[in-house]
Design a binder for this molecule. Structure first.
Ligand code: AMP
Length: 572
């Protein structure tokens, strides 16, 4: 059926070469040569695979976790759960485990299109059985090398030392296009496969945002204190409350249904009907795309993040829940208005256009504008921070009014200043049974940071804490950890590193106890960050910078009431 598609074995061989090559230029050129030779039917799919994505549509999910992937692999390899677990433990990687278990198999003639279509069918399958059967079918037709790459794509990690930036370079080299144009097309369309096709056809200038398809969110860089903020932004800083909720992108198309996307690019439209209803009132400036934060809203002000928890993950909230925990979208940026992309315009202009929408809030519901002010000194930034905290917000965002909107980038256009000077995002690598009240629950978590930003960065443990979650949440987490256990040592078990937790602490100390070389004083689990992937957790350089800032006395952290951490001294 896919007779024009090329063999998947070729793609897997290129992936193996790239993984085995140290030189970035050689990696780029190997990939570029391969992409250039592909038929147009395979180009988008192959690029998505190299980006570690099984599906072209970045918002679509395979809907398979480690349990289903493991089941598919063990069935294809004809091994039991114990052998599967042992293989995973030898490699800590589903792809390598797959290659190990399928050693000696020869290729069953899969094409790139066969694999792409099977993944599409997994994503749209109604039941887990069906998904497992489809993946098992792919593994069963694979050589060890094909299985290695299949395992990596399906667990969304290519680990071939290929950063997305390098893949963009390979696309530019393959089709002799300017790198900047490829990046821009990727950013706007949200699909490097589409960018590659545009590059191939010499149409990169035509790339545009698709209303209804999420664009990656612009990210912020942490700042240690107000003095650093002023050093970075110069004379005038725009300071905005940092709302403690969940990030969302609102798309309203002409005559179409509004759609809301979460930070991980999931469609969460049905979960927030009150915001969607308010968006329907924006008919004047459609099509448009707004960036903002969903927060709980109570009697005209921001509610507590904890209350939002009950709304998260509810696909269709009941009328009772909607009345109990109403949510609003606090809008702080505009990406597209009246059918025109405005990402490249300076924030100053985007903000003016956002204000010109006359958002339909007022009566305490729907969509409202973020609170924005200017600051010209560190003292004003500090005052702004305290005022934002008074309003129950997390801290401040500091923005450069001249900056463009940079999807997916953690630039200096946005800085974040929050109590989270004392929080780090980590991934859980081990869990332990609790005692006393926590008997029978996996409640003590060992967590790690990443060594660096590199795609194949190692995880380094930094601490252990028992959770501050509610009993019901811990019970849920116990089940989840049981299903992703790698090795069971009785009291302690290692788990697949996929659960991201935000950890608060008082100080960072040097320590030989953990592999990072650091430990935290009084670590506390603030919350599970299901909106973040393990690729997004904090890194060793961040911990080193915090340690240095703390040692130089630029920040001093101390515990306040209810485990809240506050900055109690700043020497500017
Ligand atoms: P963090 O999640 O700690 O890395 O902080 C960055 C996040 O703060 C963003 O992704 C947004 O979800 C959130 N945020 C809250 N208020 C704002 C704001 N005014 N501007 C930008 N981001 C904000």
């Amino acid at each position: 059926m896919n007779d024009r598609s090329t063999p998947f074995a070729e793609l897997a061989a290129v992936a193996a070469d790239v993984a085995a090559t140290r030189s970035k230029l050689a990696k780029r050129d190997r990939l570029a040569g391969y992409l250039r030779g592909l038929p147009s039917t395979d180009l988008g799919t192959a690029v998505a695979f190299f980006a570690g994505r099984p599906l072209r549509d970045a918002t679509a999910k395979l809907g398979m976790g480690w349990v289903q992937q493991g089941a598919a692999l063990s069935a294809a390899a004809g091994v039991d759960a114990e052998a599967l677990r042992a293989a995973y433990l030898r490699h800590s990687d589903l792809g390598d485990a797959a290659a190990d278990l399928l050693t000696g198999r020869s290729s069953g003639g899969l094409s790139v299109a066969d694999v792409g279509e099977a993944f599409e069918r997994m994503a749209s399958a109604a039941a887990n059985d069906k998904r497992v059967a489809l993946l098992r079918g792919l593994f069963a037709r694979s050589s060890a090398e094909e299985a290695r790459f299949l395992g990596r794509i399906s667990s969304r990690e290519t680990r071939i030392g290929l950063r997305e930036g390098l893949l963009e370079e390979a696309v530019a080299t393959a089709f002799d296009a300017p790198l900047e144009d490829v990046r821009r097309a990727h950013m706007l369309t949200g699909d490097l496969g589409e960018a590659a096709s545009l590059a191939r056809d010499g149409r990169l200038q035509r790339a545009a945002l698709h209303v209804g398809r999420p664009v990656r969110f612009m990210l912020a860089t942490p700042a240690a204190d107000a003095a650093e903020v002023m050093r970075r932004v110069g004379d005038e800083a725009w300071i905005e409350d940092k709302y403690d909720g969940i990030r969302a992108q609102l798309h309203v198309s002409r005559g179409g249904q509004p759609r809301l996307f979460s930070r991980d690019l999931n469609d969460v439209t049905r979960s927030f009907p009150e915001v969607v209803a308010a968006a329907a009132g924006l008919s004047d400036s459609v099509p448009l795309v707004i960036d903002g934060e969903l927060v709980p809203w109570r009697a005209g002000s921001v509610g507590d993040f904890a209350s939002l928890q009950s709304r998260l993950g509810r696909v269709r909230p009941s009328a009772k829940l909607l009345a109990e925990v109403p949510v609003v979208l606090v809008a702080f940026d505009l990406l597209h208005a009246s059918g025109r992309d405005v990402l490249d315009a300076p924030l100053r202009e985007r903000r003016a256009a956002l204000e010109a929408l006359h958002l339909p809030d007022r009566s305490g519901g729907g969509i409202l504008l973020s609170r924005l002010a200017t600051a010209t000194s560190a003292a004003e930034v500090d005052r702004g921070f305290d005022d934002a905290r008074e309003r129950h917000n997390e801290g401040l965002m500091v923005k450069d009014p001249g900056s463009s909107y940079q999807p997916g980038r953690r630039g200096l256009g946005w800085l974040k200043l929050k109590k989270a000077l004392a929080t780090l995002d980590c991934v859980v690598v081990g869990v332990e049974w609790g005692h006393g009240k926590r008997h029978g629950l996996l409640s003590d978590y060992t967590f790690a940071i990443r060594e660096s930003d590199a795609a194949d960065s190692r995880l380094l443990t930094i601490g252990k804490a028992y959770t501050g979650l509610t009993d019901a949440e811990i019970a849920g987490m116990t089940e989840r950890f049981a299903s992703i256990t790698l090795q069971d040592f009785g009291r302690y078990r290692t788990v697949v590193p996929e659960v991201v937790v935000e950890i608060a602490f008082d100080r960072i100390m040097r320590s030989t106890r953990h592999r990072s070389g650091f430990a935290m004083r009084f670590p506390r689990i603030v919350r599970v960050r299901d909106d973040k992937t393990p690729e997004e957790i904090d890194t060793l350089p961040t911990v080193e910078a915090l340690f240095a800032a703390q040692a130089s006395g630029r920040i001093l952290l101390a515990t306040g009431a209810a485990g809240q951490t506050e900055r109690i001294a700043l020497d500017g």
